[in-house]
Design a binder for this molecule. Structure first.
Ligand code: 5GP
Length: 164
């Protein structure tokens, strides 16, 4: 399957503003944005600024090992945030995409017992996701190319000596 949904950094900027506007129009004012690293970091930063929320927490979750290939279950990597920090707070969980929804469910359930309220915002949600996010910019069932992960990591070039 060669069809791809292609998000560029340019489109991302508009998507974040639109997603934030939807959240603001809904009257949800999060105290904390919880970012699922690494893809959710971009979304968290954009939404936190647009929603004027100064508090971002980060959760590292590993699940995907390649295009469409995953570990059996998503796992939270250390350091796991202290749930006490969330107690009584209105939390907004952010990620780039809810695909199977397993990653978001893991973080959502982790927060649930401790917080006043928890909602989720993603740029994309796929129709088979077991989590239905309150805020979604676009629905698709294609594999998505994100601008931050579509290119391989940079490698060191020979002969590039930088003066101090
Ligand atoms: P889930 O647990 O919902 O299946 O997947 C969540 C994570 O898997 C996302 O945060 C993202 O990192 C990765 N992922 C899932 N679907 C896609 C996709 O279509 N494209 C890319 N680039 N990553 C994806």
């Amino acid at each position: 399957n060669d069809v791809r949904e292609n998000l560029t950094y340019e489109k991302f900027g508009g998507a974040i503003r639109e997603l934030a506007q939807t959240i603001a129009d809904d009257g949800y004012e999060p105290d904390i944005v919880v970012s699922i690293a690494r893809g959710g970091v971009f979304v968290a930063g954009g939404l936190a600024y647009a929603l004027d929320c100064k508090n971002i927490h980060l959760v590292n979750v590993e699940f995907y090992t390649g295009v469409g290939t995953t570990l059996e279950m998503p796992v939270m990597l250390a350091p796991v945030p202290n749930a006490i920090d969330f107690s009584g707070k209105k939390v907004l969980i952010t990620d780039d995409v809810a695909d199977t929804g397993k990653t978001l469910k893991l973080v959502h359930d982790f927060c649930l017992d401790h917080v006043a309220e928890v909602r989720s915002a993603v740029i994309y949600e796929k129709s088979h996701s077991l989590v239905k996010c309150e805020y979604v910019w676009k629905r698709t069932d294609e594999w998505i190319n994100f601008p931050w992960s579509v290119e391989p990591p940079v490698v060191r070039r020979e002969g590039q000596v930088l003066d101090a």
